[in-house]
Design a protein around this ligand. Structure first.
Ligand code: APR
Length: 242
């Protein structure tokens, strides 16, 4: 059965006004990633890290899903059970667009996590103020539900599941800096890369120069402008019985 694996990154939310990490003027140009998104930074200054996520959570309330979020959310309905969307994004714009099954590989900004029982619970756009207690176990040591550098990302096992069971791989708006998309593309006969920028391959030992050379289709457009091209390929893929 034809199934689609979608891996999205910060570029998917860029047109909604959420800055990416590694583009010019991205989040990591304006913040030291090791101070606000690493286990060392968390141990060194919990309040600084919590403030960083409180600011991003507060801003998220006023962000709206863009055209690409809405098209991708619609795929769930159109191809029920045959779309696996894994996102590196911690925003809730896919959910605001109506999606229900998105797998958040790096956590969710609108939830907190208990450091005792690891249970999570929704806080919406409210700041973590320090007096909250875990609704599951009553513990007071809570944290942002975002995966930091230096700790495990438990949902990554679902990446491997998707690679095994899907027939078309689509990646939208990710530099591949954290999840290398080239080895995944090599596992698929059919694949689409959506990014307005051609990303060079970092390794000097790789015979190819650009990431898109490992993809069957390269749509060099912003996410919002690429949807018609992407949908045409998906429709053809899903209609083809073999
Ligand atoms: N549409 C599509 N792609 C876009 C757009 C857009 N409008 N604008 C930028 N891009 C592309 C950029 O060219 C780049 O390739 O999105 C990608 C963003 O790359 P990064 O900023 O590295 O973001 P991402 O790949 O999601 O980062 C992965 O790194 O810091 C960690 O946990 C963080 O989940 C994040 C991970």
């Amino acid at each position: 059965m034809k199934k689609v694996m979608i891996l999205s990154g910060a570029g998917l939310s860029a047109e909604s006004g959420i800055c990416t990490f590694r583009d010019h003027d991205g989040l990591w140009e304006n913040h030291d990633v090791m101070e606000v998104c690493s286990t060392q930074g968390w141990v060194k200054d919990r309040q600084k890290v919590s403030n960083f996520y409180n600011d991003r959570r507060r801003d998220l309330e006023f962000k709206e899903p863009n055209h690409a979020h809405k098209i991708l959310a619609g795929l769930e309905e159109a191809y029920r059970g045959r779309i696996i969307h894994l996102t590196q994004n911690i925003d809730n714009l896919m959910e605001k667009a109506g999606a229900k099954d998105v797998i958040h590989l790096h956590g969710t900004l609108t939830d907190l996590r208990c450091e005792a029982c690891t249970g999570t619970f929704p806080v919406g756009y409210a700041p973590q103020e320090g007096h909250e207690t875990c609704p599951h176990c009553g513990n007071k040591r809570l944290r942002h539900n975002v995966v930091m550098f230096g700790e495990a990302a438990p949902e990554y096992s679902q990446l491997h599941q998707a690679i095994r069971h899907c027939t078309l791989f689509i990646t939208i708006g990710t530099s591949g800096a954290v999840i290398d998309i080239v080895p995944i593309a090599k596992e698929f006969k059919h694949s689409i890369l959506i990014d307005p920028k051609r990303q060079k391959i970092a390794s000097i030992y790789d015979p190819k120069s650009y990431i898109d050379e490992y993809f069957e289709h390269f749509i060099q457009k912003k996410a919002g402008e690429s949807m018609d091209d992407m949908m045409a390929i998906i429709r053809e893929h899903m209609a083809d019985r073999f």
